[in-house]
Design a protein around this ligand. Structure first.
Ligand code: GAF
Length: 389
């Protein structure tokens, strides 16, 4: 599947600019097994890069102008690389403008270049196409101009570019896109950025994503509000328990004891975060010991918390999770990513995948009149240079 995308991208580059690209970069989307809305709360997350990617082709052009073409969008833009970039109405270009600004602010100098890219990561599905865009673009410029930026710093610069665009995100998406490894999930400590790879062995179960095919527009404002509510939560907790500076050191009982000192929303968000941090630790142990049933149960619990306490679900996602919960072949399901639409991630008994997919597609269509999209997940490598065989 990715071979077709790579050829399409490099052929397009050749036809547009009349030469072969000197660098071709593959930049993946990500899934997250568990640990949602936890990265910006100093907790642990368990994501992985996937085999859906953006392919970029780059070449220097001996000028001070960057010419960038988005093949799938049939759109392009040009900027002078020496200028400070401003936000525009064209959202996809803002991610790349944000990257150029970050490089400039950190003192990295780039010259003019040509770039084309194409993607098979569904946009708005919670698979983090934006992190793949920022980090793949950065990775390519790093290679093209020999900037010597370390992989983790590529992730951090990508995150800053996303903040510039307007989402005050954590580090999970960029980190997993850059650092992913085939058939491994990454346990990231989002406070220290220490990380470990764990085998992505789900035993008798397959990972399947159900894409609700909706994206409710309150995503970015609600995301930033959740972050602010959590900041308020931890500051109230620290004021009352001075030994605690981070949710990871906090116990459920301590949050419960502060119910009267917090607004209803801040209380619910804080409780969710403390429970979710614990769930990730349990889930990682369950994965390591092959107790996939326990992992699945924890995923259902996460969904309930995201829906009732963190309030980032929606009718479509709740329907997808609640429907498969009644099916014995599905042992875990939850909304994945920021919420308000996008995908659920599911663990389905091997051999039963098609039956579950067919049944759910029909029920979803009947309930909402929306076509369910389905992706079978393969865990792939992080951002890399493509070397033609
Ligand atoms: C989005 C953000 F970009 C991530 O940083 C993370 O917070 C996620 O939502 C929720 O877990 O993908």
């Amino acid at each position: 599947m990715n071979d077709i995308l790579i050829h399409k991208t490099t052929d397009f580059f050749q036809q547009t600019f009349g030469s072969e690209p000197s660098k071709t970069v593959l930049s993946p989307g990500r899934i997250n097994i568990i640990g949602e809305h936890i990265d910006y709360n100093d907790g642990y997350v368990l994501p992985a890069a996937i085999d859906k990617i953006i392919c970029f082709a780059f070449e220097k052009n001996n000028s001070d102008t960057a010419k960038i073409v988005a093949i799938d969008l049939n759109d392009e833009f040009e900027v002078c690389v020496n200028n400070e970039q401003k936000q525009t109405d064209s959202v996809w270009t803002n991610y790349l403008r944000g990257v150029l600004n970050q490089l400039k602010m950190k003192g990295y100098s780039v010259e003019g270049f040509n770039c084309v890219f194409s993607s098979n990561i569904p946009v708005g599905s919670g698979l983090s196409s934006s992190a793949a865009l920022e980090c793949g673009f950065l990775f390519g410029l790093n290679e093209l101009f020999n900037l010597k930026i370390k992989p983790i710093d590529i992730a951090l610069l990508g995150q800053k570019a996303e903040h510039w665009v307007g989402i005050n995100c954590g580090i999970m998406d960029q980190f997993s896109s850059v650092m992913g490894q085939e058939n491994k999930v990454i346990k990231i400590d989002c406070k220290t950025l220490e990380f470990e790879y764990h085998d992505a062995n789900f035993s008798d179960y397959s990972l399947v994503l159900f894409d609700s095919n909706v994206k409710h527009s309150l995503f970015s404002s609600a995301y930033n509000t959740r972050r602010e509510e959590c900041e308020e939560g931890i500051s109230i907790i620290s004021a009352n328990f001075p030994e605690i500076s981070s949710f990871r050191d906090c116990k459920e009982e301590q949050v419960l004891s502060l119910k009267d000192k917090m607004s209803a929303n801040v209380f619910k968000r804080s409780l969710f975060v403390v429970k979710e941090i614990n769930r990730v630790k349990l889930a990682c142990d369950a994965l390591d010991s092959g107790n996939i049933e326990l992992l699945g149960q924890l995923m259902f619990e996460t969904h309930e918390g995201l829906s009732l306490d963190y309030e980032v679900s929606c009718a479509e996602l709740d329907f997808l999770v609640n429907t498969v919960k009644e099916d014995n072949s599905v042992i875990g399901s939850r909304l994945m990513g920021g919420g308000f639409g996008g995908c659920t991630i599911n663990l389905i008994k091997k051999g039963q995948e098609e039956a579950v997919k067919n049944k759910l597609s029909k029920l979803y269509q009947d309930e909402f009149g929306i076509e369910l999209k389905i992706y079978d997940v393969k865990i792939g490598n992080g951002t890399s240079l493509y070397i033609a065989k």
